[in-house]
Every structure is written in C-alpha cells, then in structure tokens.
Design a protein around this ligand. Structure first.
Ligand code: KIV
Length: 273
C-alpha cells in the first residue's frame, strides 16, 4: 500500500482514531525523528507517528531520554511534519518542560505546536501531571497520556523492568488511566505492563489505548522504528519484533561501497560526465 499515490490523502485525526477503536480496528503507531524516514513510513500507511523523546537514545546516543531538550524535540518534529501527508503526528514533551508547573507545560506545548506543526503532544505520568494535562487541553492542544514504564522516571524506578505487577501499582495505573480520560486525553500509551492489566484498561476506557510491551488486548501498538527495523542491535526486550535487519543491510552496502572505491570499480564509465 502506498497512500501517497492518491492525491486526496485523508488525514488521520484524533476523531478517526476514536472511530477506529469504536469499530475494533487496531491502530498502528511508530516513532520517527527525521524527514526521510517519516516520508517512508507515512507513505506506507502508518496511522500515528510519534516523535518520541526516544530520539535522545536512538538519534543522539544518550543512555536515557532525560537529556533531550525542547529545542531538539521541535527540530525533530518539524522535520517529520514536513514529510507527513496522512499520519497524525504526536510529539513528546521532553523531561523538564512540563513537571515544574502547568504554565510551563502549556508554554512547552504551544512552542511544539507553533514551531513544529505537530498535531498533538504526549507526556508521561498520572495524577502528578493532572494540572498540566488540563491546562494544555484548555488551549485546544490534544494530549496523549503515557503510563506504566515511563522512561523519564528511570532514576526513580531504577530499572526498565515490567511495571504494575503488584496490585497497588496496578490499581494506581487504572485510576490514572481513568483520570486522564476524564481530563480529556484523546489516547493513552501503556508501556511494559502485564497484558492482562493492559487489556482491562483498554476495556474500561472508551479512548484508544496503544501498547508497547502491553500485549495484544489493547487498541493499537507502537514500537521505536530503529528497534523494529533492526538498526539497534543491543536492545532485545521480549516484546520487540524485528521486521528487518537494516543494520546488516546498511553495513553490507557500505562494505561493498568501500571495496568498489578501493579497487577502482566505482565510479564506472557510465557513472561519470
Ligand atoms: O519516546 C518514545 O519512543 C515513546 C514510546 C516508547 C512510546 O514514548
């Protein structure tokens, strides 16, 4: 499927995602951080592109998502938006740009919307970010929530292990999910929690619930593009399915290119003026 062949591309909206949940159609979501890859995955028909703060890991080489700045997120998001014709583009508000106050959260969201052209923002957390969520929504900016393993809190958790296995944490997660829906979030990401809990959340909520490491009982799935394309090699969680081995493809192509240069095979007579 190449959605760009058709000139009248029907854009995905938050309302369409809701309709997809209502009729039981699963939502596809993938991260992207640059123009070229966003163009490919939008053309392939992905429903939602997340300009995730995982850019901090896979684009900038940081160990965690914490160091990435709002300016850097806006740079990535504006590159993605220029490529996209159909998908809904959701942009992560990075660590340190919404926790201080709801006013700060609103200012960060407005900068993202104005300067990148993204269509919605995502932030991590439950009751502790309620005021920020409400304030952002009051300005007409759609908000996606994110519960379960929230990588911006990695130093509080200590590990990237499965969250909400215990009843108390599972109950808090369910309460937070209902609260985010009540506030007006248009969708929710659940990361690395037991499939049974994720299924219960998706059934209890009327808004779409997108999972990553949260099993098949949710309304859609998201993966980090570099992981599912096999560009990253070291990251091998159980939930990750690799759809390609681009690391081997790119490395093989570059090795061939080097060989061709060294032995004079490139450029050929046909490849010069
Ligand atoms: O930043 C990111 O890529 C994310 C996904 C893992 C959901 O938040």
């Amino acid at each position: 499927m190449s959605v760009h062949k058709n000139q009248d591309v029907k854009k995905i909206t938050t309302h369409q995602l809701q309709e997809m949940k209502n009729r039981g159609e699963k939502i596809s979501m993938l991260t992207a951080y640059d123009y070229s890859m966003a163009r490919i995955i939008d053309g392939a028909g992905i429903d939602v592109i997340l300009v995730g703060d995982s850019a901090s890991n896979v684009m900038a080489g940081n160990e965690t998502t914490l160091p990435i700045t709002l300016d850097q997120m806006i740079y990535h998001a504006s590159s993605v938006v220029k490529a996209v014709r159909r998908a809904l583009v959701v942009v992560d508000i990075p660590f340190g740009y919404y926790q201080g106050s709801s006013g700060e959260a609103l200012r960060s969201s407005i900068r993202i919307m104005k300067e990148s052209g993204g269509h919605a923002v995502k932030l991590e957390g439950g009751s502790e970010v309620k005021d920020s969520v409400l304030r952002i929504l009051s300005a007409g900016v759609p908000v996606m929530g994110h519960l379960g393993l929230t990588p911006q809190s990695i130093y509080k958790f200590g590990t990237y292990t499965v969250r909400a296995r215990e009843e108390q944490e599972a109950n808090k997660l369910m309460e937070d999910a209902l609260m985010l829906q009540e506030c007006g979030c248009f969708a929710l990401v659940l990361e690395k929690i037991p499939a049974e809990l994720a299924t219960r959340v998706a059934r209890n909520l009327h808004i779409p619930v997108i999972g990553i490491g949260a099993g098949s009982g949710v309304d859609g799935q998201v993966l980090v593009m570099q992981d599912m394309l096999g560009i990253t090699q070291e990251f091998k969680p159980r939930f990750l399915r690799r759809y390609a081995d681009l690391n081997a493809v790119v490395s093989g192509a570059v090795k061939q290119y080097i060989r061709d240069i060294k032995d004079g095979g490139f450029p050929s007579a046909d490849e010069q003026y």
